[in-house]
Design a protein around this ligand. Sequence first.
Ligand code: ADP
Ligand code: MG
Length: 572
Amino acid sequence: MLKKFFSYYKPHKRLFIIDFSSAILVALLELAFPMAVQWFIDELLPTGEWNTIVTISVLLLIVYLISTGLHYIVSYLGHKLGINIETDMRQQLFNHVHKQSFRFFDNTKTGHIMSRISNDLFDIGELAHHGPEDAFIAVMTIVGAFILMYSINPELALIAIVMIPFLVIVVAYCNKKMNAAWQKMYVKIADVNARVEDSVSGARVVKSFTNEEFEMTRFQKDNRGFRSAKLVAYNVMAWTTSSMYMMTRLVTLVVLVVGAWFTHTGKLTPGELVGFILFVNILIKPVDKISALLELYPKGMAGFKRFQDMIDEEPEIKDRPDAIVVQQLNGDIEFNDVHFNYDSHKNVLDGIDLSIHAGQTIAFVGPSGAGKTTICSLIPRFYDVNQGAISIDGIDIRNMTQQSLRSQIGIVQQDVFLFTGTIKENIAYGDLDATDEDVIAAAQKAHLESFIASLPDGYETQIGERGLKLSGGQKQRLAIARMFLKNPPILILDEATSALDTETERIIQQSLNELAANRTTLVIAHRLATIRDADRVIVVTEDGIAEDGKYEELVRQNGLFARLHNIQFQEV
Ligand code: ADP
Ligand code: MG
């Protein structure tokens, strides 16, 4: 784990070296200070040479100024190093999330990802900056101070150093406890984030059910869970810092009393005593740093472990090394004995055989939950089949790169996901290389022109978060315009108009028919009136494909489809 952690320093080696060496210089200057004071009191003062005293004071001032500059470098460059590493990791995590397959998003809460990208990484960045530097400086200072103290008076130095082993034991013990506590705390803060994300994106639903109280109570539970977890960690931390405080003060007192006695009996000069007390302070300082590290290390490492766990999660669907880049597919789609399930306890598809000819329009109908959407999600390889194979133009889709395969398939769904931004940006999402003219042409094909013209900002109109300022029909038209721009040979319309009223549906249907022309089109339809002209209708039930044929044929067959047909057209 530590080795992985340090690998993130590599790109910032130079920064690390400058920061680290400045920190060492600061520590050396610090160690020299008590020696200078001791010499000042014992050697210089008795001579009464004021000229030298003034010169030495000026020299000290210069040293202080240098030290101040070094402090600035250590503080600024150190944080720069931390934030550089944090930024690298954040980008890596974001990129990694976008490499994941559908199943990952089925099972991961958005709030948990957000939590990792913000809280966890902040702590890792702090550790990356303070960790190695502070640990090294602390050890160096303790060792350096001890050697110098020993050279002044070995007995007194040994008394002072006795606290270090105790300290190490306390540190190690608390470290273990705190690690567990922070680990729990991270899980809790992720829960809080997940709840906020869920509840706020669903705020309109909450209001319509007047369930605000329920949401607040539910949030309170997560919020308090987080508080308790953090309190446990803080409690361990408080115990640690206060016991350290007690030990360090005790040592100062003992050194003062014993040192005073030594001075009285002539074993120690007054300058040495002052120098010694200053050294004890220097010895104590890294103890503060160690106690700060004690908080930082387990916290940052717990965050790093969670980060690493996510980074280590391989995408479920990967391109084969020899995968081919397909271009301009015709759109002959073949399902060969396809078995599929989302999780092992229930098979959704059990041996589907299906052959679709390029350029045809195929309609899928059947009860909800039968597996129509599932069949269509297998074609762009959002999930891999468990058994059997799917091929397009005779090539197994697992032998194509995912990117090239998906560039050949367009999907319009019932709920259109639009991004916060302008109308233009959302249409252009269909083809990031599109020019303004392309976007306008696509909007025209989707019959969006007059609507856009009626808006004060036209194409630059902001559509609100996820397009909430648009009506269902307008959103659907935007999705269609986006698809005209993408211009894929294979088109999947998954209940694209089911959420619309009949009048809007009729108008949108026209645009969809224009979109479907010259493409292989799979239509999942709810209202049968929209699929009268399909080349083939396939009836899907939970047991698989029940009927397959032309619309009129199926009505004449008097089976399941005829029943659906009669129900829908009786009322008209
Ligand atoms: P249809 O589109 O015909 O209404 P679906 O293909 O959406 O049906 O669903 C088929 C079955 O698969 C249903 O039982 C549904 O609960 C299940 N299902 C759909 N999507 C998922 C998913 N992402 N994870 C787990 N189960 C799913
Ligand atoms: Mg469906």
